[in-house]
Write a protein that binds this ligand. Structure first.
Ligand code: SF4
Length: 509
């Protein structure tokens, strides 16, 4: 493997012309020419006025798409942008709120909403895999030239979200939620086998620290580009003073041969020195905070015990607890008085065997399939049993699409007993951010952000289009099986991957 290159460029603002120029120069430096089906994957987990720093900005993507077009040969058959935004929302709504639609028209590129296209199976062969097959949207499997355009952000589940973690959006809802739990980092590492990008360009002009949906803006003024995902993420980690081997999905991908993490093995070039970029990133806060600490000093008391023992974790970093942190931040955006309005509530995760300090009349919610508790709550005995089903019993093809209106109904039903009872159980693995938003709305009698009148019309319009497309896909049937799809060239395991079972050519550093 050639030495990976990471380019660090100064970019003080979202000037599309400047971005197009420096990305074009980045492609030249890396000797890359887009061809065939060229697909760009942004991070558009959430967008619009409430989430200004959560997503790859349209000005940035316009610059990237224009640069790709300018460097492409005659064999560029398609230029497209594809993504699955945060679950429960239609991606077409996220694209609309991100102002991607007029931008794509200007550039002459196509939009793929990954929740509205056929899903393709990709077989996995590496010994550490969580599953034998992962599913990905057809445009990803068919891409000839894949470009990853993440946003430089912290993340409450995986510490950071740079290039590799952006791959959570190359699965639609039913496949994405499978293994989105204490083994999320392994899932992200497994996703690397689906495709590797030929080119990466991260929007680090205004980065996002602390969280992923509602990050605090951090003026970094940088664009980083590269041609190897592990090396790229390693450089991003080191910029903020983080050892990339402490980020599990980066460590795993490195150990499986996807790329180096040592700076000595990476060519770092550009008009900003690594030391200067590090100085700019000084003080950037990452996202790994245990839920008990996150809610200290508020009326929400959180308690967490260990998740199921597979994987050897003492805390579920990839599932329900982090989703509660993101959920409360979403509500704070819509209502600054969220914390004052919230009565004392107690929220319990995992197999918890400590005390729950609830007074009589205070609500106690056990969240997640793996929640288990045997003890007293406000002087009364309470027994909650785990209903967690081993992941080997979960078939992605059996998983259901997440519909926000259905979730509202099911959450309402799950919590209806709170009118008479103080203790309630909510199942799911994971219980998503959206569900926990609805849970907190109910507990605090808060305004439901899904009924925000400013967004009601575009949301309803996108929702109806989304559901219609999904229904049509369902009626047409799922046309793929693993062997057949690969044999006829509609899907392939991956690009640029180490051979199955290969040991890492890179030393852990
Ligand atoms: S139920 Fe929630 S906390 Fe438990 S393993 Fe699943 S995602 Fe983690």
């Amino acid at each position: 493997m050639e030495r990976p290159v990471v380019i660090i460029r100064a970019c003080p603002d979202y000037d599309t012309d400047r971005i197009a120029d420096l990305v074009g120069e980045g492609l030249d430096t890396l000797g890359l020419r887009p061809f065939g089906r060229t697909l760009v994957k942004p991070n558009c987990v959430a967008s619009g006025p409430h989430f200004p720093h959560a997503y790859t900005r349209p000005e940035f993507l316009e610059g990237v798409l224009r640069a790709l077009k300018s460097r492409a040969g005659d064999d560029l058959s398609e230029l497209a942008l594809g993504e699955r935004c945060g679950i429960t929302m239609p991606t077409r709504f996220a694209f609309d709120q991100a102002h991607y639609v007029p931008m794509l028209k200007r550039v002459g590129a196509k939009a793929y909403h990954f929740d509205e296209v056929p899903q393709v199976p990709v077989p996995l062969y590496h010994p550490e895999r969580l599953r034998d097959t992962m599913w990905t949207p057809e445009p990803v499997a068919k891409a000839d030239f894949f470009v990853n355009c993440p946003k430089f952000k912290a993340h409450p589940w995986t510490t950071v979200t740079f290039s590799m973690k952006n791959y959570i959006g190359i699965q639609d809802d039913r496949h994405r939620l499978v293994d989105h739990d204490h083994r999320l980092n392994e899932k992200v590492a497994d996703l690397q086998y689906i495709v590797q990008p030929q080119f990466i360009a991260i929007d680090a002009i205004i980065a996002g620290e602390g969280r992923m949906l509602t990050p605090v803006p951090f003026d970094l003024g940088l664009v980083l580009m590269g041609n190897n995902q592990v090396a790229f993420d390693a450089v991003c980690c080191r910029l903020i003073g983080l050892d990339p081997l402490e980020v599990e999905h980066i460590r795993m991908a490195h150990e499986r041969g996807f790329g180096p993490v040592d700076l000595d093995a990476i060519d770092v070039v550009g008009d900003v020195s690594f030391a200067e970029a590090q100085a700019r990133a000084q003080g950037f806060r990452t996202g790994l905070i245990r839920v008990e600490d996150y809610f200290a000093g508020t009326n929400i008391r959180a308690y967490s015990g260990p998740p199921p023992p597979d994987g050897g974790h003492d805390y579920c970093w990839g599932g329900c607890p982090g989703a509660l942190e993101e959920a409360v931040e979403v509500l704070r955006l819509y209502d600054a008085a969220t914390d004052e309005k919230m009565p004392p509530v107690h929220i319990v995760f995992g197999a918890y065997d400590g005390p729950i300090d609830a007074e009589p009349g205070e609500k106690v919610v056990f969240v997640g399939d793996c929640a288990r508790f045997h003890g007293d709550v406000a002087g009364k005995p309470v027994q909650i049993e785990s209903v967690y089903a081993d992941r080997s019993t979960k078939d992605p093809l059996e998983a259901k699409y997440a519909d926000i209106y259905a979730k509202m109904v099911s959450m309402g039903l799950a919590l209806r007993t709170l009118n008479q009872e103080d203790v309630v159980r909510i199942t799911g693995c994971p219980v998503s951010v959206a569900e926990q938003v609805l849970m907190l709305v109910k507990l605090g009698k808060l305004r439901n952000p899904y009924f925000d009148p400013k967004q009601a019309i575009p949301f309803t319009s996108c929702y109806l289009s989304w559901r219609t497309r999904q229904l049509l896909n369902k009626l047409m049937g799922q046309p793929y099986n693993v062997t057949e799809a690969i044999e006829r060239g509609a899907a392939r395991p991956a690009q640029n991957l180490p051979p199955a079972g290969a040991s890492s050519p890179f030393e852990a550093g």
